[in-house]
Design a protein. Structure first.
Length: 221
């Protein structure tokens, strides 16, 4: 489990979620070519897998486009080709595949295989966040909190941290609680602060447990 104090620090300094830096991973889907590609990929028959993904990608199957991009980035079954990979990733993202939108946002945030653009990163984070992608919700919240690629907006930050916290992200619950405690981006509300600190403390993090107890004591006075 992420230590919430560390997660808060990483969020504020624009590096939330160390898993964000992980490579794009191939995923399954029901489309026949994608399913066949997944079976081949799992069996380490990468050339066969990429052939299936290319066929489906040509039909505008967005998961196939994402998987093809992942394999091209990693050089699996074919020599690595970041230019073609980004092209397929963008097609998948434009067709609304949240994983592709999030992956493309990360490339823009890091300036990896594309020109670095924090506004583009924020745009794609938010498009994925609107579909319920948890990590994208955290990233969108952090972009607004810091004013990275967007005008600093604590209200928008609080909205997206709350969406992530509702999905069980304890670090987001902790940050949201602190916003309610201080009245930043939301009306100051110690009851809500206690609620979200308690949610953050559910995993036993000592900092969140301490803050939940502190708010409980304040409310009992």
């Amino acid at each position: 489990m992420r230590h919430l104090a560390l997660a808060l620090f990483l969020s504020i300094f624009g590096a939330v979620g160390l898993a964000q830096a992980q490579p794009v991973r191939v995923v399954p889907a029901d489309d026949p070519d994608v399913a066949a590609g997944w079976t081949a990929y799992r069996a380490d028959r990468h050339e066969e897998a990429i052939a299936h993904y290319r066929r489906a990608a040509a039909r505008n199957e967005r998961v196939a486009q994402f998987n093809l991009a992942a394999m091209l980035l990693a050089g699996e079954g074919t020599p690595a080709d970041p230019v073609e990979a980004v092209s397929w990733l963008r097609k998948s993202a434009e067709l609304g595949f949240a994983r592709a939108q999030y992956a493309l946002a990360l490339l823009y945030e890091r300036g990896e295989h594309v020109g670095r653009s924090l506004p583009e990163a924020t745009n794609w984070f938010q498009r994925a966040a609107e579909q319920g992608h948890l990590d994208a919700q955290v990233s969108t919240a952090t972009q607004y909190f810091l004013g990275r690629g967007a005008t600093r907006d604590y209200r928008e930050a609080a909205r997206w941290y709350e969406r992530a916290a509702e999905q069980g992200d304890e670090a987001s619950a902790y940050i949201l609680a602190s916003l309610y405690e201080k009245g930043e981006g939301v009306a100051q509300d110690r009851v809500r602060a206690f609620y979200w600190y308690s949610r953050a403390a559910a995993g036993g993090d000592p900092v969140a447990v301490y803050k939940a107890r502190e708010m409980r004591d304040l409310l009992s006075r």
